[in-house]
Design a protein around this ligand. Structure first.
Ligand code: FES
Length: 201
């Protein structure tokens, strides 16, 4: 995402949208129902750090987060986090839903602020080359898509929706669903392999 897109993006998290979770998993272009509740002042300040959407639009008779013209992509960094951009709906381990256009997600397993990275990978000297060796299952798309990322308790980041997984060495894989390792132990990083008792490959 370029700087201008990031500048447009600003924080807003919807509280109390737990009931969305099932719908969100049901498909790529699903609508996100409901008008968000007004957060109280304390929540708002916290929420501003959590995600980054300003705008909504009317789609299918519903008021939904506006899709921005940014690709759904995740950069697998060498020895560091997953840098994800796109029209992201994030469902945390407790089922809380937020929307974001840029997230830095822990993949070493050591963050105290999961699912976000807090630079603990430096303390533990997490090493991974950032290779992406899986073949693409989908052709590149240009139009903006929705991407839903669910944090599985003691498990991976499950995603549903168009996602280009890539690194700076020119490797990439485009898929419509999958699981990204966030414990740092998968033999198939950046994807989850279900090993080490992980519950969601
Ligand atoms: S990748 Fe940064 S804290 Fe885990």
């Amino acid at each position: 995402m370029d700087d201008s897109s990031k500048a447009v993006a600003k924080s807003m998290k919807w509280s109390n949208l737990d009931t969305e979770s099932d719908d969100l998993d049901s498909g790529l272009d699903q609508e996100i129902p409901a008008t968000p509740q007004q957060p109280d002042a304390k929540q708002e300040s916290t929420d501003e750090k959590a995600s980054d959407r300003w705008f909504h639009e009317q789609r299918g008779g519903k008021r939904v987060p506006k899709r921005l013209e940014i690709p759904n992509e995740v950069l697998v960094t060498t020895g560091g986090p997953l840098r994800m951009t796109g029209n992201i709906t994030l469902i945390d381990e407790d089922g809380h839903v937020s929307h974001a256009n840029y997230l830095t997600l822990c993949r070493c397993g050591a963050s105290k602020n999961k699912p976000l990275c807090d630079d603990k990978h430096l303390d533990i000297e997490f090493f991974d080359s950032g290779s992406v060796q899986r073949l693409s299952e989908w052709m590149p798309l240009n139009r903006p898509q929705n991407l839903t990322v669910s944090c599985v308790k003691d498990g991976p980041l499950k995603y549903r929706g168009y996602l280009r997984v890539y690194n700076k060495k020119g490797q990439e894989c485009i898929t419509m669903s999958g699981s990204l390792c966030r414990c740092g132990k998968s033999a198939k990083k950046p994807f989850c392999d279900g090993a080490f008792g992980c519950s969601g490959a």
